[in-house]
Design a protein around this ligand. Sequence first.
Ligand SMILES: [Fe+2]
Ligand SMILES: [Fe+2]
Length: 279
Amino acid sequence: MLKVTVVCENTVGTPENLVGEWGLCLYIEKDGRKILFDTGEQGNLLSNAAALGLDLKQVEALVLSHGHSDHTGGLRAFLRHRGRLPVYAHPALFTSHYSADKHRYIGVPFCREVLENAGADFVLTREPREILPGLWVSGEIPRETPFEKPDNKLYCQENGKKISPDPLLDDLSLYCVIPEGLVILLGCAHAGLVNIIKHARKVTGVSQVYAIIGGTHLGPAPASQQEAALTFLQGLDLCLLAANHCTGLPVIARLASLFGSRFRFAPAGSTFTLPLQED
Ligand SMILES: [Fe+2]
Ligand SMILES: [Fe+2]
């Protein structure tokens, strides 16, 4: 059994005293074991999880999709609450990520030592890693799809030099294998949605994509890239597409119309039990 609960998202979808914040945090239960994927931005994951009846102290590992603060801002609050645990991420997690739109640093808002003192045992890996039976941290995702371009409003600085666009090599996803196929959990999909799906198939050896949940980053993508990605998605025979966060409302509306009942919006408070039960 795989159950995914959206703890933090830009919006709130259930009347359970949840707080919306720009960011993402998913609570994953697989065969009785618990993993947290990202921490949102403001630390509301603590009160949101409590309101949803989720015990963050039972989480046995944290996976960070990438260094952006809307996924790592709740880190210190979570670590103080949970105590020491493994934190999986890419070695480029602490890259100095910047936003040209916001004119500011948008990377991890804590230094590594502060987080280690608060309980983070970092496991930084470029390679795919199966952290629970059938649950993979993707590792670095090869950029192979010509139409998937990096977001040129995001840049980074290396040794005082501006690197534009930010390659965001730290962007990771989670790949879950269930008997019905592959469930792909996205953070922000900066690596490119199609790149991620192809990589997930290669890493797991499972070609049937059953579900995709999370931020697609299609919202900020150029129209031509959006169209090409939507065409690719339509060819997948998905049973569930639960997009949120950086997908953006116009693309969410398109997806809802293209995928009908197979599409679900996924604000904070949403839960997905997979495989889906027949009504
Ligand atoms: Fe991001
Ligand atoms: Fe994000």
